[in-house]
Design a protein around this ligand. Structure first.
Ligand SMILES: [Mg+2]
Length: 314
């Protein structure tokens, strides 16, 4: 492993050295490579309300390409690729408490309260009630999500990307990753998006050839369909599920060892293996998009939608 692969990548030092026309002020904790763009977008020092492609910043395409290249190489050195995770209906389901049916309220209120009083996300049912300035909300984490994150973290540098607001994103990712061990500050929210109603890899500091996306909504990624692994939408509560044609799992009350994140993890593991395996795939270089469709089709064909849990699932 080269020296550059062993050392944390200090994007701020790189930027200071190469962008003298931008006056910057970074915190000492700002050292993770792919946190750079998210920080850049949200930093008040940059006066960047909606992303890094702001004329006032004058950050050139050439420069951002260099940053993407450097970050991608650093992550490749760890034998990882980049994985962008959607939040709502991919990792969890949140609704206003007032939207629950009377039956759902009765069933869930006591349980959610117990979990929150017990200190957060350790609750066995992974249901949480929280209060914001906009009222009470209830959240159910997707079954298998903790195992999914633990396994995915070994193969990918994880980023959460939502069309929700930053305050909401911050609150929800604390339920999934209270210590920031998976996401760090790689959290991209609506305020960071450069395109209205769409998501784009333009705010992700990695080469598109090395990025995978997991999202239940395909249409928000019009420019990156080749990077996308669609996942079945997760609805625990009934609100909104009919519109989407999904049966809420509070009704059928099944675990999720039948598709969803289980299948997604299988696809991700196989893509990762093929990417880095010198016998099977791209030998740690090349374009991951070449593998996405092929591996997805193969896994879904082999396991179908009624797949059994993987061997390492609890
Ligand atoms: Mg979603």
């Amino acid at each position: 492993m080269s020296k550059s692969q062993q050392q944390p990548y200090h994007a701020h030092a790189h930027l200071k050295a190469t962008l003298p026309f931008v006056s910057l002020s970074f915190s000492n904790s700002f050292s993770e490579p792919s946190s750079f763009m998210a920080n850049l977008c949200r930093s008040t020092n940059f006066n960047l309300p909606s992303g890094f492609l702001q004329p006032s910043l004058r950050l050139s395409h050439k420069y951002t390409d260099q940053m993407r290249e450097a970050n991608t190489q650093a992550v490749l050195g760890l034998k990882k690729l980049h994985l962008i995770l959607d939040l709502d209906h991919t990792l969890l389901h949140t609704v206003r408490f007032s939207y629950l049916t009377p039956e759902e309220k009765k069933k869930l209120k006591a349980e959610a309260k117990r979990n929150m009083e017990g200190g957060g996300p350790a609750g066995s049912s992974d249901i949480f009630l929280d209060s914001t300035g906009e009222g009470f909300f209830i959240t159910k984490l997707r079954p298998f999500v903790r195992e999914f994150l633990r396994e995915a973290d070994k193969m990918f540098e994880l980023t959460v990307y939502t069309m929700g607001r930053r305050a909401y994103l911050s609150m929800k990712t604390k339920l999934l990753d209270p210590d920031g061990q998976y996401f760090g500050n790689r959290l991209i929210a609506r305020e960071d998006c450069t395109l209205k109603g769409r998501k784009s890899l333009d705010v992700v500091l990695a080469k598109e050839s090395n990025v995978l996306i997991l999202d239940d909504t395909v249409v928000v990624w019009p420019d990156h369909a080749e990077n996308l692994i669609p996942v079945e939408p997760f609805y625990y509560f009934s609100h909104g599920s009919q519109k989407r044609g999904v049966q809420p799992s509070i009704i059928h009350n099944k675990g999720e060892h039948e598709g969803g994140l289980v299948t997604a993890l299988r696809v991700l593991k196989e893509i990762h293996e093929r990417y880095f395996n010198s016998e099977l795939g791209l030998k740690g270089e090349g374009d991951v998009r070449e593998l996405v469709q092929r591996v997805q089709s193969g896994v879904r064909e082999r396991y179908g939608d009624q797949a059994a849990p993987p061997e390492d699932a609890p």
